[in-house]
Design a protein around this ligand. Structure first.
Ligand SMILES: Cc1cc2nc3c(=O)[nH]c(=O)nc-3n(C[C@H](O)[C@H](O)[C@H](O)COP(=O)(O)O)c2cc1C
Length: 211
C-alpha cells in the first residue's frame, strides 16, 4: 500500500451511512490550496489512474491538458479557460488541468453516447488516486469552452468538459473572505432512498435502502 495519511478536516469527512473506504469519506473539493508544488511523479500517477478507467467499447474518450505553476505561460493559458469566479481561487492550485471529451467513436465516427460519462469516470479515478496520495482535486464546470477550443486548437469532434484544480490542502485564510465559510462547511448528501429505486416504479425507494 502506498496510501498517504489524509489531512481532511473532520467536518469534511463524510458521515457515511454505510461502511465505505476512507478514500470516499475523506475526498472533498477544497478551494484553498497550499503553496507547495505537486511532485511530477504524483501527477503522472493521477493521469495513469485515469488511463486505466473503464469506458464504453474501451474507446477512452478522455483527453487532458495539464499545466503546473513552474511553467507560467502554460499555467496562465489553462487558468484563462476558467470563468472568473473559479479563477479567483483556482489560481492557488499548483496544478491545473482541463478535461476534454472526444464525442465520436474512433471505430466508426458515430456519436459515442457514453463519452461524457467515461470522461467523468476517468476524472473520478484521477481524483481518488490523488486522495490516496494526500492530494486534493476540485473539478469545475465553470469554464470558458470557446476560449479552451481556441487556446488549445481543439479538433471539431472534441469538446472541453471541466477544469481541475489540484494540489495539497491549504489554509482557508488564503481565500478571499467570502469564500472561507464554505471551506469549513460540512459536506452533505441526499440519502440513498432519494435516488435508489426499486423496479416497480420510478421514485419509489428500493427496499434495500428504504429503512
Ligand atoms: C463536474 C463538476 C463540476 C463542478 N463545477 C464547479 C465549479 O465550476 N466551481 C466550483 O466552485 N465547484 C465546482 N464543483 C465542485 C462541486 O460543487 C462539489 O463537488 C460539490 O459541492 C460536492 O462537494 P465535495 O466535492 O466537497 O464533496 C464541480 C464538481 C464537479 C464534479
Amino acid at each position: 500500500m502506498n496510501r498517504t495519511t489524509v489531512d481532511a478536516p473532520s467536518e469534511k469527512i463524510a458521515d457515511a451511512a454505510h461502511n465505505i473506504d476512507d478514500l470516499f469519506r475523506t475526498r472533498w473539493s477544497p478551494r484553498a490550496f497550499a503553496d507547495r508544488p505537486v511532485e511530477p511523479e504524483k501527477i503522472q500517477r493521477m493521469l495513469e489512474a485515469a488511463r486505466w478507467t473503464m469506458s464504453s467499447y474501451n474507446e477512452q474518450p478522455w483527453r487532458y491538458v495539464v499545466a503546473t505553476k513552474d511553467d507560467d505561460a502554460a499555467y496562465e493559458a489553462v487558468l484563462n479557460c476558467l470563468i472568473e469566479g473559479n479563477q479567483e481561487w483556482a489560481r492557488l492550485a499548483p496544478v491545473l488541468m482541463m478535461s476534454f471529451v472526444k464525442t465520436t467513436f474512433d471505430r466508426n465516427d458515430e456519436d459515442n453516447r457514453c463519452a461524457e460519462h467515461d470522461v467523468g469516470a476517468a476524472s473520478a479515478a484521477l481524483t481518488f488516486q490523488a486522495t490516496s496520495m494526500g492530494l486534493y482535486v476540485h473539478q469545475m464546470a465553470g469554464i470558458r469552452p470557446e476560449v479552451a477550443c481556441e487556446t488549445f486548437d481543439v479538433p471539431d469532434d472534441v469538446e472541453p468538459m471541466a477544469g481541475l484544480a489540484i494540489g495539497y490542502l491549504g489554509d482557508p485564510e488564503r481565500l478571499p473572505e467570502g469564500r472561507r465559510a464554505g471551506e469549513r462547511r460540512p459536506r452533505s448528501r441526499a440519502p440513498l432512498s432519494d435516488f435508489v429505486f426499486g423496479a416497480d416504479g420510478w421514485g419509489a425507494s428500493a427496499d434495500l435502502v428504504s429503512s
